[in-house]
Each structure stands twice: as C-alpha cells, then as structure tokens.
Design a protein around this ligand. Sequence first.
Ligand SMILES: [Zn+2]
Length: 62
Amino acid sequence: MKSLHCVCCGRPFARTSPRGPAPLYCSRDCRRQMDVRRRAWSDEDLFARPALAEPAGSSLPF
Ligand SMILES: [Zn+2]
C-alpha cells in the first residue's frame, strides 16, 4: 500500500479508503490547522501590501 505524507505535519499515514482522491492530511485536525494557517497568510498579505507600496523612509516630511 502506498503511504502518504500529511502536508500539514509531515507525518506518514495510510489512506483509509482506496477510492476517491488521495487525502492530503492525516486527520481532520490537520486539515483545520491548514485552514487556519491559510487564513493567517492571507491576513498577512493584506497587511504587507501597503507597507510595500509605501517604503519606509521615503515619505518622511523632513
Ligand atoms: Zn497531519
């Protein structure tokens, strides 16, 4: 049987069902973890964009 590696924690795991697409996570917990992380990443993107558009130092009034 082909063993899979969880994309969240990297642990090898065996898929429970031979049918359907190969699962990416070893457990529902890991899937939730990645959901949370992905949301955090997009939040960081929103915060990083204005900082990149306006480089520090160039817009100081003096
Ligand atoms: Zn995992």
